[in-house]
Write a protein that binds this ligand. Sequence first.
Ligand code: ADP
Ligand code: MG
Length: 629
Amino acid sequence: MAKNYEGCAIGIDLGTTYSCVAVWQEEQGRVEIIHNDQGNRITPSFVAFTDEQRLIGDAAKNQAATNPENTVFDAKRLIGRKYSDPIVENDIRLWPFKVIAGVDDKPMIVVKYKGQEKHLSAEEISSMILTKMREIAEAYLDSPVKNAVITVPAYFNDSQRKATVDAGVIAGLDVKRIINEPTAAAIAYGLDKKINCVGERNIFIFDLGGGTFDVSLVTIKEKVFTVKASAGNSHLGGEDIDNRMVNHFVEEFKRKNKLDISGNAKSLRRLRSACERAKRALSSMVVTTIEVDALFQGIDFSSSIARAKFEEICMDLFEECMETVDRCLVDAKMDKISVHDVVLVGGSSRIPKVQELLEEYFKGKNLCKSINPDEAVAYGAAVQAASLSEGIKNVPDVVLFDVTPLSLGIYAERDVMTVVIPRNTTIPVKKTKTCFTALENQPNVKIMVYEGERARATDNNLLGYLCLYGFPPGPPGHPFDVCFSIDENGILTVSAKDITNGNTREVTITNNIGRLSTGEIRRLIQEAEYYQAEDQKFLRKANAMNALSRYTYTMKNAMKHTNVSSKNLPMDEQKVRDAITEAENLLADNQQLEAYVFENCLNKVRSIFEPVVVKRKRARNDEVVALDE
Ligand code: ADP
Ligand code: MG
């Protein structure tokens, strides 16, 4: 009799190059990696279209060389991105299939299927792979499967995560949770080591796959997994290494035969397959041969490559990996000595030089290789899936915490980025900030939501905005609350509430406005470090101007109520009026002025004004967040 697994969720590692599905086996109390119809435990993330049929997985990859224009791979690189994203533009140039700009700048893959042209989004392609993974599980479990946990790279932004959920929905799956790949690997590791933690363990997850590279620092304490920091490069992996080898042999072919094969797609593809095989071989051998019959114009190609040469042509890629490792530890504010274990994940982590550099970096620490690097992510996803399923009792309870990759905040007066949730904050998280109107009789406020590390809001990435209406007429400083909430899947919702009348507005940040690509996230963080000094200068001036303008407003307001004509003003009150004029002139003509000019001016007007008012109303301090219309 078929067992009913309908309620039980499966774990899917939806990889750029390979995907893997796993399920928690309640009776045995362990995870089972499910093999596909070809008997393979991993399935290529390929979808192909022909005149007769649609192929997914091994069948699609196997016919790629004969049907390149209609064989789609790397869809994960497009998911949640815009066509005009420079990373997308770059990728398109390298792909044999066609991608065009669709509605809202969405990239659409063009294929010919059953004699007709079809336009498919990355979500649709991914949904086909997810459907295949679901079918693999259903065949094995002999039961319908509805629920799944899907993994994404730690650096996936909000829009990429959402698009992944959409892909799951199109595949008819109820996506219980999106979790980070390194977190999933940490769960697999934690179970493998049977950690029932005595104290806290710091695990460094190094995931070098086919198309992406992710590192994360995860701490495990009494079954609670917390991602302390993550870093990565969305365009670094086995394929880039293959490219290096292809270029190497293209040059060699040129030298030997005085012929350039680089313009011939078919020759390049055949050479690439041979290079990938050679690369894998070099992980266990110190030298390997490469042979391609009739590679170009009937000429056979035969050569060999030593591991040392291979390492030489890829060294900068490997070094880039190490820089990312370092950046992650800096972000986590952790010394490498405090890392207990380094876990290898992803097929390319098998490369000996990569392991050597890592060992060296971590001062001779042994790397953890006990988990199959191809399966660790799906394994962890299956554990998480089971713990979210009803009726599963036997599963180890793990609690996951992830972090935000970039700071999230709002635009405040004079373009100041007011951070509401700092970068690397553990999610889910909810934070509220009380803000104030900046202008007199301000009827509404537009709350602009940004992500990034720069001090100036407009130097960061605009995610979206919401408006709060209906403030009563009155002085500036009408209070309202802005609440940022990020759910378990990393999806941000921003709401605003007028504290005095309870009016509320809420917006879920979607991909309406251009979201960042993962490469851009990295660039932004680096840029922020580079511009730090300039940003501090900007911030000091903006704060000084805001403080002076608020103080001036308070003075003017106080003067309004003195109820005497200016001719009869006592001497010191005339001084106050002069001070107000001076401050206003400074604020109006501020371009060339430095922060200290406003700070000095504030001190001066304060020293004039404070003795004048008996019951002075102190201006709010510099940290006040004021928003204009
Ligand atoms: P992803 O998660 O990005 O889909 P995987 O973790 O499955 O990728 O890794 C696939 C990559 O690993 C491919 O580029 C493949 O060539 C590479 N790979 C697999 N085995 C080895 C090996 N033994 N040595 C070097 N690279 C390998
Ligand atoms: Mg992977």
